[in-house]
Every structure is written in structure tokens, then in C-alpha cells.
Design a protein around this ligand. Structure first.
Ligand SMILES: Cc1cc2nc3c(=O)[nH]c(=O)nc-3n(C[C@H](O)[C@H](O)[C@H](O)COP(=O)(O)O)c2cc1C
Length: 266
């Protein structure tokens, strides 16, 4: 079967999920690739409807072993219309638990036909220079993502219709484990000497939790601890304060030191 357009849908506050999907798209090489970056609140306000000849490639970071809960409304409005779907979970070298299964279940409920799934490793949102996942996805991960794209292309070219595709099996259990509630925590330290009030932190925040005029003002109720503001600050003015997020960083650095590799399900 022919796919002319790949719709790359990603939620990717710190850019690792997006990088993996872009690698996939290079390998799949459709006529047209459209990026639907649902990290941005304005993009999340518009529902996506898939049409004939289109394929959904959806990637989310794993948050507490789950699909990030704030995507619930957007995902509930997705109209799959029988389009093939590739599901990608990107996690920070701890575990992806049931997140890939949850993503697969969601897209099937929305009328897509899951044809492939994968779990990739991205630099952990809470990373520092001692974190094992630093710099991932790296060259080897990106080559893997491109090869994954080529494999999915081959799979689809080998069939006349999606009726020939069997049930996609991915790891995970029902009911899902993990947690959908994130910490409600004041964890960002801003160095006022370094901050130039450039406003980039407010621009990259996926939930509009940072004041556009004063980056030191953060709404903790809205904040999802994604660390996009910390990682994108050109002055290095933002960091993780002592507290639960810093403690989680310590656990990640001491417990998850063995490099994990991407996994494919086709
Ligand atoms: C709130 C939160 C929860 C997370 N939970 C997990 C987890 O359960 N397992 C894991 O390995 N990584 C976890 N991570 C790390 C992210 O999945 C990982 O860094 C991912 O690459 C971030 O994707 P992005 O760059 O597209 O934002 C978590 C990150 C955040 C912010």
C-alpha cells in the first residue's frame, strides 16, 4: 500500500522525541512529511484528522511510566479514519513501563491501525553531566531510527491493504501501572544575575507556566516539570533546586547507569 504523507505528531519539550521521529521520517522517506508539534499549546488546540494515503507517526516522552496526561484531550479528539499508525515512546533510560501499550491502545481507539511500535532512549529531562542518557538520541540511535523508518516502509509496501496486518504486540500490561499525576513542585532556581529576560523560557514552555515578561515568575500549578525552560536557557540561568526533582536526578544517576538500547515491534 502507498503512503504519500507521514504526519509526524510529537510532544517533545526537550526535543529528543522530535529528533527520533525526524530520523524515522528520513528512513521512511514519504513524498511529504508534515510535522504536527503538539508541544505547542496553540497546536494542541486543533484536532487532527487523518485522510487516505496518510500515516500517523506519533511520539511521546514517557512520564512516570505513562503517556503524558496533558495530551488526553488532544488524543481524544484525534480522528484516525483507518490510517496506519506508528507509535514511539521515548524514555530517559529508566523504564517505559506501559507507556507504549497505552499509546498503541489510544491510537487504535481513535480509529488508527497500529502497524509498528518502538521505544527509544532520550536524554533524561532531569539530566546533569553525570546522567547515563546524556546526549541521546546519539548517532547510533539516529541510525537505528532511520533503519526503523525503512523497515516500516518495506512492511507497508509488502501488503495491499491494512486488513493483512495482524494485531501489533508491544510490551505492557492492563491495567497500566505508572502514574498520571505529576509533582506539583517549586523546583526551578533562576539566577537573576544571569537571566537577561529574553523570554525564551516562556516561549518554549508547553503549558504557558512562565510569565513572558519575567521568567522568574512560574506557575507551579501549571508546570509539568518537563525542564524545557532549563535546557533551552541560552544563559544557563535556570537549574533544578534541591527537592524532589533533584532527588529524582540523583536516583537516575545512581540507579540507571547501564545503557539501554532502542526496541522495535513490527
Ligand atoms: C515528569 C517526567 C517524568 C518522567 N518519567 C520517566 C520515566 O518514567 N521513565 C524514564 O525512563 N524517563 C522518564 N522521564 C524522562 C523522559 O521520558 C525523557 O527524558 C524523554 O527523552 C524526554 O522527551 P523530550 O525530549 O521529547 O521532552 C520523565 C521526564 C519527566 C519530565
Amino acid at each position: 500500500m502507498d503512503i504519500t504523507t507521514a504526519k509526524l505528531v510529537c510532544f517533545s519539550p526537550t526535543g529528543t522525541t522530535r529528533a527520533v521521529l525526524e530520523g524515522f521520517a528520513r528512513g521512511f522517506a514519504p513524498e511529504t512529511t508534515e510535522l504536527v508539534d503538539i508541544t505547542r499549546p496553540d497546536v494542541r488546540a486543533r484536532p487532527l484528522r487523518l485522510a487516505d494515503g496518510e500515516m500517523l507517526v506519533i511520539g511521546v516522552p514517557v512520564y512516570m511510566g505513562r503517556v503524558p496526561a496533558l495530551l488526553g484531550d488532544w488524543l481524544a479528539a484525534l480522528e484516525g479514519n483507518g490510517a496506519p499508525a506508528v507509535c514511539v515512546a521515548v524514555y530517559g533510560n529508566r523504564e517505559y513501563e506501559d507507556a507504549l501499550l497505552e499509546l498503541k491502545d489510544i491510537v487504535s481507539d481513535r480509529g488508527c491501525v497500529p502497524v509498528a511500535g518502538a521505544a527509544y532512549i532520550g536524554e533524561h529531562s532531569f539530566s546533569n553531566e553525570e546522567t547515563a542518557s546524556l546526549g541521546r538520541p546519539d548517532t547510533s540511535d539516529m541510525a537505528h531510527a532511520e533503519a526503523f523508518g525503512a523497515k516500516v516502509r518495506e512492511k507497508l509496501q509488502g501488503i495491499a491493504s491494512l486488513d493483512e496486518v495482524g494485531e501489533l504486540k508491544v510490551p505492557g500490561v492492563h491495567p497500566y501501572g505508572g502514574r498520571t499525576e505529576l509533582w506539583d513542585v517549586d523546583f526551578i532556581a533562576v539566577d537573576r544575575e544571569l537571566c537577561t529576560q529574553c523570554g525564551l523560557c516562556a516561549e518554549v514552555c508547553p503549558v504557558e507556566a512562565i510569565d513572558a515578561q519575567d521568567g522568574t515568575i512560574i506557575d507551579e500549578k501549571k508546570c509539568i516539570t518537563c525542564c524545557a525552560c532549563i535546557k533551552s536557557c541560552p544563559e544557563g540561568a535556570r537549574s533544578i533546586k534541591p527537592g524532589p526533582v533533584k532527588d529524582a536526578q540523583g536516583r537516575i544517576n545512581s540507579l540507571f547507569t547501564v545503557r539501554k538500547e532502542p526496541e522495535l515491534f513490527l
